[in-house]
Structures are given as C-alpha cells and as structure tokens.
Design a protein around this ligand. Structure first.
Ligand code: WT7
Length: 658
C-alpha cells in the first residue's frame, strides 16, 4: 500500500516536472493584496516616490524626512534622512495603542511541547522593563549589545529593548561556538551580552552561560551579562557584572518611552562570512531597513495581519530571523509561530503538527529543510491537516525543481503559490521574488525583481546580458541595503562597490537570465560555501583547521551535496610524516565545531601530501573542486608541481564517491 502510494506520488511529481510555469492559483489570485501587474510600472515610473510611499504607509514616523534618498556620497547612501522613528514603537506601541494589545504576537512552542502565547502587550511590557534595566547599567544609544539566545520569546524582547534605546544589537546564532561569540563581541566592542543558562536540543541540555564564561572572562568591554533562566542548568553569575534576566526585569521601572531616532541610526550589526577568515559586520540602520522588512513581509507573503498565522522556520540568529521572525511580522502586527526545537524532534512530523495546531496560513522555510522532509517521506505531513496553508516560501539557496514540486504538491496540496525569495544578509530584505498574486512561478527561479528594485546580469565589463549567464548586480540603491561593514568602510567599498563603481552593487552571485527575463541564481562567485542555506567562508574553515597542532596546511571547497546544497570538503596536509586516520578526522571535525560551530564541520576530509599550488604559492581551489565533483581537470600547466594532481585523483577515486 505504502509503496503504491509513493509510486503514485512519484508519478504525479514526474508529470509536473514538464510543467514550465505555475500561474498563481485563481482562488489565491482573486483575493490577493496585489494582483495587478501595474505595481511594477508604478514603481518604475518614480522609484524614489514608490519607496517614500511604502515608508509612509507601513511605518509610523515621529518626524517626517527631508530627503527620500541622499546619494551625494556613493556608495554611502542615506535613506529618509532627517526623519525620526523608533523600531520598537513601530513593532509594539502603535499596535497596542490601536487596541490590539491582546493579539498574540507569538504562539511559542518549546521542545518538550510547552506552549506559551505572548501578546503584543506582553512584549511591550517586558521590552520597556529590559530597556530600563539596560539603561540602569549604563547602556545607551550607540552601545553595542550582543545577544546569544535560543529560539525563545526573550530573544525578541532583547532585540526590541535594544532598538528602543538605540543600542545596536549584535545577535549570534545559537549554533555558533562560544569562541565565535567572543570574536564577534570583540570586533563590535560590545558593552553587554544577553544570553541564557542553557539551551535544549533534541531532548538534551547544553550549558551555555558557563561555556560563554570560559572564553569571555577576560573580555573587558563586556560590562554586563544578562542571563535568561531557561533550562535551569547550573551556572555562575559574576558579582557586579552578571544579572538574571527575570530579576533585572522585576527591579526595573515599567515605563520606558521609545526614543525617536534618526532614520539612519544603526539598528543592528549581523556578522556573516566573507571571503577572508574575518567575518563581516553587516550594518543595518533604522528607517530604510524597517521599510524593506515591512514591505516585503506584506506583499511578498500577502500577509493579512487580522487573519493570517505566519511561520518562518529560520533561526532568529540569521538575517532571515531578524527580518521575518522579528521585524517584518511585528511591524505588520501579525501573529506568528515560534518553535524552539529541531524539525525532527520529538518526531519528523513536528512542523506539520504545529501548522495544524495553530492553523498556520503562511509558511516560510529553506530548500534544505524541504529536501530533508522529502527524504523522510510524505507520511509525516499526511498525518496532519494542512488545509489552513495558503502560501509557501523558500529562501537561502537555489531550490531544485524536484524539491519545489514536492513542496507544492505534498505541503501545499497544489493550491498554495510558492515564493522563491532571493536576498542576502546585506540586502536586509527580499529583492527578487514572485509576487504571489501576479507572477507566474518557474520552479528553481526566484523570478523577477520586486517593484522598486533594479537587478541585472552583467558580464565582466559590466555590460548587461539580456539572456545568458553572468554576474548579478543591483543598479540602484534600495532602502534596506547595508550601510557599511561595521568599522570597515574600506572593506565595504572594496567588497561590493569596487568592481563596477560606487553605483553598482556587486552581489557575489552568478545568475542566468532566460528569454522571459527571469533570474536563475546559480551560486556564489567568491570563496563562500552555502551549507543548508548558511554562509561559511572557505578561509574561515581553513583557518580553524590549520589551528590544529597536527595540521600543516588545508584547503577547503564546497562540494555539491544532495541534502545540504553544498557540503564542506577539506584537503588536509599533516605535519611531518603524521598519517591521517579516522580518529584524527573526528578530532579535526570536533576542533572546527569548537572554533566555529557544528555547521562548519567538514563532511569530508581528504589527506594529501601536498596541495595544488601555482608557482607563486596560491592554492588552486578550482582544481580541487574539479576533483571533488569528478570533473575533467581544468588547466594544470600553471601548477608548480602537476604531479600533485595525479596523487589526488587516485586518492579521491579510492576514497569512494562520497
Ligand atoms: C546568499 C545569501 C537571505 C537569507 C538567507 C541567506 C543565496 C539566498 C536564495 C534563493 C538562490 C539564494 C545566494 C545569496 N541565496 N536565497 N532564493 N535562490 N540563492 O542569507 O547567508 O546572506 O546568504 O544565499 O547565494 O547571495 P546569506
């Protein structure tokens, strides 16, 4: 029976593979917020006016702006200069003032099945108290506050409390190691850190505060550590520096008026990997970022705050969580689901049981997750009623058509449009995506730029390619763009605005345009690996591997992987005549987990006596990629020692096909 059903599903999916376009289902289209393509023309006719209209309609301003966009010093663009507003006011106060304080902001579900509904009034109460507690400890406008928390409502309170007093937050994903946290606190000169006693993952508890203490002890810039009590695991609080979150809230005053801040006041820093070992501190500011988050949340996802239940399954520690768990939904006054646990705990149907339980209407996840669900099989979603769903979203990496079709059929029941949303930490919000009531989807393509956005594919000289593959660029500023790399203006200009000048943003992705003008993002052009939609730099992983005492040299590449999109493959040369063993391989993987985080562990380690290098000593990763993916080797004549490749080829073949 089961096999019969599977084969029927497979047959149906096989037939769908031939369908090139999926028009918005009529039932969706007719009721969509936007179903007239004229929005594209309107935006093109006056793009600055278009953004001004969005900023005005979607946000509450304490003081109107003088200039929509100031481009007098490119690429340092300013949006809504002269205007004042507060992010926390826009996310909370205005909804409470309008009588919606009792609306649930988050249906929170803990890993062990606990449920907690947090309303807008609850958030506003706690945010004011925490803001006051931070102020009492000398934290004010411009002071950076680190946040290292799991998926619990306190993380939202922490972010908005910072925003309320103009202290830029610097959230570190809970899966990163304490050493990464320390590094990010150091780079940003953070004055305080908000963290947790322990975190839960698949039924186990991991101590967090004590692990953080091990590396943070001597970092003097951190004057305050606020600790949320979550698992109850033991930890020490250092007198004079550390304080329990609940005690700090209890002691703090109730009222903390939201300060009107300049539109260009820094809202947050978020570190992401670049092409060197040092992560980049992406800086977002207030007015423009909030405009982008609110706009895309509403129109890309067709969000009706009074009726919809939204769920973005990302972690709040990534930009997706910032824009589509915190700012986008709250700015729009939406009700969301927030889940603490992993998608397969307690069982592989937990996501679908939550969709059923809370009547989720809009669901946003990553291709990696969809592929995992595919592998687990349709019996898990089939256990639950998913008929409340009306739209599905995808983000983080190109989605392969097979996964797209499975999502469409098995999760969406063939009635939900899918929005494949392309964007980056740097862009702050979605830039290329279908509008679900307008755009015909093609599985695997993020389709076309949103109204207001000017994207193009160009050749090495910056000439636009009408049809074909090249470099993806953005030819005009947009409100939620990064403003700089924190304390590294030069690196900002060099990374994004040197190849084609200060008015053309170099994305770092290769893309193809088809004859309909649709964009197909192919992947990164730099040394960045995308593992399960998470960005890692080869240099960062290499430097972690090389820091192991037994390693002489390492080169890391991204290898195509059917589960995670790309997987990390490390070529390692050992010191002296040490031999590579299985034990050493495990040791290296653990070492990388400790330095960066589990997600950076190489899936594959290949021992090699030498690495392919040019005469000037540069490692030729291109050749390693060819080897790892079983391709014919490219040009090897520039190698110092072409024999290296022969050895490696043999090695790779004998290691099996992975
Ligand atoms: C890189 C940005 C955006 C939040 C999550 C990742 C890749 C992202 C798509 C998509 C093809 C995509 C790009 C981009 N990417 N979304 N829909 N289709 N590729 O944020 O860590 O800043 O990574 O992810 O390569 O440059 P990020």
């Amino acid at each position: 029976m089961a096999t019969q059903e599977t084969s029927q599903l497979e047959r149906e999916l096989g037939e769908l593979l031939d369908v090139e376009r999926f028009a918005p289902p009529e039932s969706f289209r007719s009721g969509a917020l936007w179903n007239d393509p004229k929005v594209y023309e309107e935006a093109e006719a006056d793009w600055q006016g278009w953004w001004a209209r969005q900023a005005e309609e979607l946000l509450d301003w304490a003081q109107p702006w003088d200039t929509v966009m100031d481009d007098s010093d490119p690429p340092f663009y300013k949006w809504f200069a002269g205007g004042k507003l507060n992010a926390s006011h826009n996310c909370l106060d205005r909804h409470v003032a309008a009588g919606r304080g009792d609306r649930v902001a988050f249906h929170w579900r803990g890993e062990e099945g606990e449920e907690r509904d947090v309303t807008y009034a609850d958030l506003l109460r706690d945010v004011q108290k925490l803001a006051n507690a931070l102020k009492d400890r000398g934290i004010g406008s411009g002071d950076v506050v680190g946040i290292f928390l799991p998926m619990i409502p306190e993380v939202v309170v922490a972010m908005l409390a910072c925003a309320r007093i103009g202290a830029p937050h610097n959230v570190v994903f809970g899966g990163f190691s304490p050493e990464s946290v320390r590094e990010r606190m150091e780079f940003s000169d953070a004055k305080a850190l908000i963290t947790v006693d322990g975190a839960r993952r698949k039924g186990k508890t991991a101590p967090i505060k004590s692990a953080v203490d091990e590396v943070m002890g001597d970092l003097e810039t951190i004057e305050t550590i606020v600790v949320v009590r979550h698992t109850g695991v033991d930890c020490e609080l250092r007198e004079g520096r550390d304080v329990w979150y609940h005690e700090a809230l209890e002691a703090a005053d109730d009222e903390c008026p939201a300060e009107p801040l300049d539109a260009e006041h820094p809202l947050y820093i978020l570190y992401t990997s670049g092409s060197t070992a040092k992560p980049k501190g992406i800086l977002h500011t207030t007015g423009g970022y909030l405009t982008g988050a609110a706009y895309t949340q509403r129109y890309v996802f067709d969000l009706r705050p009074d009726e919809d239940v939204w769920w973005c399954s990302a972690d709040v520690g990534w930009v997706t969580g910032h824009s589509y768990i915190v700012y986008g939904p709250l700015l729009n006054g939406a009700t969301s689901v927030m889940y603490e646990g992993a998608p397969d705990y307690p069982d592989k149907d937990v996501w679908w049981s939550l969709c059923d339980r809370y009547d989720v209407t809009l669901f946003y996840t990553a291709p990696t997750a969809i592929r995992a669900c595919m592998k687990w099989g349709p019996q898990y979603p089939e256990r639950h009623d998913l008929s409340s769903l009306r739209l599905l979203g995808s983000v983080g990496e190109p989605i392969n058509p097979k996964a797209w079709l499975w999502y469409w059929k098995v999760i969406g029941g063939g009635r939900c449009p899918i929005v494949d949303t392309w964007w980056q930490t740097e862009t702050g919000s979605i830039l290329i995506s279908p509008l679900p009531g307008i755009t015909e989807a093609k599985p695997g393509s993020a389709t076309v730029p949103l109204p207001g956005i000017d994207a193009a594919v160009v050749d090495e000289d910056g000439q636009e390619i009408g049809e074909g593959q090249g470099l993806l660029v953005l030819r005009r500023p947009w409100p939620s763009m990064l403003r700089t790399l924190y304390r590294e203006d030069e690196r900002f200009v060099e990374t994004y605005f040197s190849k084609f000048g200060p008015r053309t943003y170099l994305v770092g992705d290769a893309a193809r345009r088809d004859s309909d003008g649709y964009f197909w993002v192919v992947g990164r052009i730099d040394d960045v690996i995308n593992v399960s939609g998470h960005r890692l730099s080869t240099a960062e992983v290499e430097s972690a591997i090389v820091s192991h005492g037994k390693v002489a040299e390492a080169a890391v590449i991204g290898q195509a992987d059917e589960d995670t999109g790309q997987a990390i493959c490390a070529f390692v040369t050992l010191e002296g005549d040490l031999e590579g063993t299985g034990d050493l391989e495990s040791e290296l993987r653990e070492h990388v987990a400790k330095r960066i985080g589990k997600l950076a562990r190489p899936k594959r380690v290949i021992w090699t006596a030498d690495l392919p290098k040019t005469r000037s000593g540069k490692i030729m990763r291109r050749l390693l990629r060819d080897i790892a993916e079983g391709r014919e080797l490219g040009d090897v004549t520039t190698l110092r020692d072409p024999g290296v490749m022969k050895d490696l080829e043999g090695k790779f073949a004998s290691d099996g096909d992975g």
